[in-house]
Design a protein around this ligand. Structure first.
Ligand code: HEM
Length: 180
């Protein structure tokens, strides 16, 4: 994944647990460079290794870590020059969720090696919808939960998030029921 993702992990660890914990994680994950370059693609194995090692060092389960990372991702990308893109993606939770593909498609034009997640909204009602999440990657469902929770805060709606189909349990893809 692009270095932007790894930098966001670094930022979260440093902010919540301090510089020393990050240095320990970096060393245990065998990452020797000084830092990450946002616009450079790195192997997915590095990102997974950083997350796995962070869970060990911080004594956290991956669900809690990835959910926290999802919320942090929204704040981090807003501060890293993507705030305008976020603002133009919608003024409400359903509108924003409906524009996730468009947002990643635009990002794909500046990050051509990006392997994009795919999202689709169905069964849109007055106060709920289904969000379909498809990815070539595994194991990032809890990150999506964290991002949706962060979006709920952004739009000041107290949203409820239920995973009603899970790729990890043999379903075709993840489906979240989001109610607000
Ligand atoms: C402007 C804000 C955003 C930026 C700059 C951004 C950028 C990126 C980048 C660079 C990647 C790594 C893909 C790769 O390198 O192959 C990624 C992955 C991902 N993004 Fe976004 N993204 C943004 C907002 C969102 C939002 C709001 C969601 C909502 C759910 C989201 C969901 C994901 C997921 C789940 C992945 C993991 C990739 C996968 O599932 O295969 N992103 N994004």
């Amino acid at each position: 994944m692009y270095g932007l993702v790894n930098k966001a992990i670094e930022g979260l660890v440093k902010k919540e647990f301090g510089e020393d914990k990050w240095l320990e994680i970096k060393e245990k994950a065998h990452f020797k460079d000084h830092g990450f370059i946002s616009m450079k693609p790195y192997p997915d194995s590095l990102t997974y290794s950083l997350v796995g090692t962070a869970c060990e060092v911080l004594n956290m389960n991956s669900k809690d870590l990835l959910e926290a990372f999802g919320e942090h991702w929204l704040l981090y990308t807003s501060q890293e020059g993507y705030g305008e893109m976020m603002n133009s993606a919608g003024n409400s939770l359903p509108e924003f969720l409906n524009n996730l593909n468009m947002m990643h498609f635009r990002l794909g034009q500046i990050m051509p090696e990006m392997i994009m997640p795919k999202f689709e909204v169905s069964e849109l009602q007055e106060s709920s919808l289904l969000l379909h999440y498809k990815s070539e990657r595994d194991g990032l469902t809890d990150m999506v939960t964290g991002i949706i929770r962060g979006l709920g805060k952004r739009f000041e709606c107290n949203c409820k998030i239920e995973l009603i189909s899970a790729k990890s349990k043999g379903d075709n893809h993840d489906i979240f029921k989001v109610s607000w």
